[in-house]
Ligand binder design. Structure first.
Ligand code: F6P
Length: 556
C-alpha cells in the first residue's frame, strides 16, 4: 500500500463523484469537454486506445489514479516484474514477462536468472523448430513432420490456438496445426480421422502433466499411433512434451531431449510465450514467434515505465474498475472486428475469469469489492447478428471492448471498409442511443400512422449512454498481437491489485476435478453393468442423473 494515498479515501471520492455526476451522460461529457476524444486516448507498442466513450469525467479519472496509487499499483507491478513471490498462496513468482524479455536483463528467482533460463530453453525449442522446417528432423519413415496435433487444455491450448488462428496469413505454406483439448473422445477422433501418422507430430502440452483431459487424449493418441504400425522408436520421433513436470513426462515415455520445459513461475494462462508456444513457432516459424514475444515485451516496457496517467494497461484497468465497481456492471464483452481474432475472447475469458474470479483477498478476508466480471465475446460483425440486441436494449449494461486493425491481413474489395464502418458504428450507437422523440419523428416521416407509432416506437428506443473502449492497430501482425495480449494480461494484473486479490492461483477449478474423480467409478463402459454400490452416497439429484445415464448405457 502507498502511504501517501489512501485506498478508502479514493473509493469514497469515487462514490461521491459517481453520485454527483450521475446526471451526466457520455454525450454530455463530450459536450462539456471538446478535447475529450484526444485526452481520453493513448498509444503504446503499436496499439491505440480510445476510452473516451465511458461515463467518467476527468475528475473521476484523477480519483481512479489515486486509487491505483493507494493500492500500491506501482510497487506491486515492480514486485511482479522483479520476481518477488507475489503468488502468495502457491509461493511462486509471476514472471511471464521474463519469457519475452530478450533485452539481456536479469531477473533473479530462486537464485537463478529467469531471463537466461527462458532464453536457453527457447533456443533449444527454436532449434528443434528449425530442424523440422529444414527437413533435418523427420518422421520415423522419413516423411516430413508437416502436421502438428497439440494436445492440451486451458492455458496449454487457448493461447496457442488463438495465436495460430490470428497469425494464419503468416503460416508456413503446407503446414497444418490441430488442437485437441476436450476429453470428449469425439474431439480426438474427429481430428485424427484424416491424419497421416507418418507426417504427424504430437505435442503433449501440460504444465502439470497430470491433467485428466490431456493425459487421456495423449494416451489415446499414442494408442492410435501404435495401432498404425509404428514401433517404440517411431514414438520417440513423433511425440514431444511441454511441461514443468519432467518426472511425469518420463513416466509417460517421452525422452528428455523431446521435452521442452518451463517453470512454476509461468502460470498456465500466461504460458503461450514459453515452450507452450511450440505449436505457434512450428506454424509461423522462429522469426515470427520472436516478433510476437518482442511485441509483448514492448507493452511490458510501456507498462513498466509509463506514468500511470498515460499507461495503457493501467487506464484500461481503471476504466474497468469504474464500470464494475462504481457503475455496477457485471459483464464485459470483447469484440474483435477481425475474423482471425476469433479465439481471442475465449483466451481472454480464461485469462481474466481464472485470474480475477476470486472472493477472498490477500489477507484471507472476503473481498471488499466485487471482482472480475463475466467475460465473453465473438468477432464482429457476427456478434451483431447474435447478442448485440442485449447490448443495445437489454436491462443490463455490458461494457465492451471493440478491437480492429485499420488494414486487414486480407484486403478484399470493400470488405474491410464495411467491417470498419460497423466497428465505428456500434460504439456510437451504444453511446448515443435513439430517443423516443427521434423514433416518433422518424416513423412519422416514414408515413406511419399514430396508432402504429404508439405501439412500436417504445420498442425502437435505444437508451444509449452505454460504455465502450475502442482499440486499434495499424495491422494485426505478430508484434501487435503480442502487444495486445500483454495489454490484457497487465490489465488483469492491475485490477487484481486494486481488488487486493491473488490473480495467479486457481483453486476454484479443483473441487469439480475431485468430484469428477469420485463419480468416474460409477460410470462403466457402454454395455457393462454399473455398480450401484455407494452411488447413493452422492446427492439425490446426481444419483438420479447417474441412474438415468447408466440405464441407457447398459442397454446400448
Ligand atoms: O484446471 C485449470 C488449469 O489448471 C488451468 O489453469 C490450466 O491452464 C489448465 O488447467 C491446464 O493445466 P495443465 O497445463 O497443467 O495441463
Amino acid at each position: 500500500m502507498n502511504q501517501t494515498y489512501s485506498v478508502e479515501a479514493a473509493w469514497d471520492s469515487l462514490e461521491q463523484l459517481r453520485d454527483q455526476e450521475s446526471h451526466l451522460s457520455i454525450q454530455d461529457l463530450f459536450r462539456d469537454d471538446p478535447e475529450r476524444a484526444e485526452a481520453f486516448s493513448c498509444e503504446a507498442a503499436g496499439l491505440y486506445l480510445d476510452y473516451s466513450k465511458n461515463r467518467l469525467s476527468r475528475a473521476t479519472l484523477t480519483a481512479l489514479l489515486q486509487l491505483a496509487r493507494g493500492a500500491g499499483l506501482e510497487e506491486r507491478r515492480d514486485a511482479m516484474l522483479s520476481g518477488e513471490l507475489i503468488n502468495i498462496t502457491e509461493q511462486r513468482a509471476v514472471l511471464h514477462t521474463a519469457l519475452r524479455d530478450r533485452s539481456g536483463r536479469s531477473v533473479m528467482v530462486g537464485g537463478e536468472d529467469a531471463c537466461a533460463l527462458a532464453t536457453a530453453e527457447r533456443e533449444r525449442m527454436l532449434a528443434f523448430v528449425d530442424e523440422i522446417h529444414r527437413g533435418q528432423r523427420r518422421g520415423a519413415t522419413g516423411q516430413p513432420l508437416d502436421t502438428v496435433v497439440n494436445i492440451g487444455i486451458g492455458g496449454s491450448d487457448l493461447g496457442p490456438v488463438m495465436v495460430v488462428e490470428a497469425l494464419r496469413p503468416y503460416a508456413i505454406a503446407g503446414r497444418r496445426c490441430h488442437f485437441v483439448s476436450n476429453v470428449d473422445g469425439q474431439h480426438l477422433s474427429d481430428t485424427l480421422q484424416d491424419l497421416d501418422p507418418e507426417r504427424t507430430l504430437f505435442i503433449i502440452a501440460s504444465k502439470t502433466f497430470t491433467t485428466q483431459e490431456t493425459m487421456t487424449n495423449a494416451h489415446s493418441a499414442l494408442a492410435w499411433f501404435r495401432a498404425s504400425g509404428m514401433d517404440e522408436k517411431a514414438v520417440a520421433k513423433h511425440f514431444v512434451a511441454l511441461s514443468t513436470n519432467h518426472d511425469a513426462v518420463a513416466e509417460f515415455g517421452i525422452a528428455a531431449d523431446s521435452t521442452f520445459g518451463f517453470w512454476d513461475w509461468v502460470g498456465g494462462r500466461y504460458s503461450l510465450w514459453s515452450s507452450i508456444g511450440l505449436s505457434i513457432a512450428l506454424q509461423v516459424g522462429a522469426g515470427r514467434f520472436l516478433e510476437l514475444l518482442d511485441g509483448a515485451h514492448a507493452m511490458d516496457e510501456h507498462f513498466r515505465t509509463a506514468p500511470l496517467a498515460s499507461n495503457m494497461p493501467v487506464l484500461l484497468a481503471l476504466v474497468g474498475i469504474w464500470n464494475r465497481n462504481l457503475e455496477g456492471h457485471r459483464c464485459h464483452a470483447v469484440l474483435p472486428y477481425d475474423q482471425h481474432l476469433l479465439r481471442l475472447p475465449a483466451h481472454l475469458q480464461q485469462a481474466d475469469m481464472e485470474s480475477n474470479g476470486k472472493s477472498v483477498d490477500l489477507q484471507a478476508n472476503a473481498t471488499a469489492q466485487a471482482t472480475g466480471p463475466v467475460v465473453f465475446g465473438e468477432p464482429g460483425t457476427n456478434g451483431q447478428h447474435a447478442f448485440y440486441q442485449l447490448l443495445h436494449q437489454g436491462s443490463d449494461i455490458v461494457p465492451t471492448d471493440f478491437i480492429a486493425p485499420a488494414i486487414s491481413q486480407a484486403e478484399l474489395g470493400d470488405h474491410h471498409p464495411k467491417l470498419l464502418a460497423n466497428f465505428l458504428a456500434q460504439p456510437r450507437a451504444l453511446m448515443n442511443g435513439r430517443s423516443l422523440t427521434e423514433v416518433e419523428q422518424e416513423m412519422r416521416a416514414g408515413g406511419a400512422d399514430e396508432e402504429t407509432i404508439a405501439l412500436q416506437a417504445p420498442h425502437r428506443v435505444f437508451p444509449g449512454n452505454r460504455p465502450s473502449n475502442s482499440l486499434l492497430m495499424e495491422r494485426l501482425t505478430p508484434a501487435t498481437l503480442g502487444a495486445l495480449i500483454a495489454l490484457y494480461e497487465h490489465r488483469i494484473f492491475c485490477q487484481g491489485v486494486i481488488w487486493n486479490i491473488n490473480s495467479f492461483d486457481q483453486w476454484g477449478v479443483e473441487l469439480g476435478k475431485a468430484l469428477a474423480r469420485d463419480i468416474l467409478p460409477y460410470l462403466p463402459a457402454v454395455g457393462a453393468q454399473a455398480t450401484a454400490a455407494g452411488a447413493d452416497a452422492l446427492d439425490p439429484s446426481t444419483a438420479h442423473l447417474l441412474a438415468w445415464i447408466n440405464e441407457r448405457r447398459q442397454r446400448a
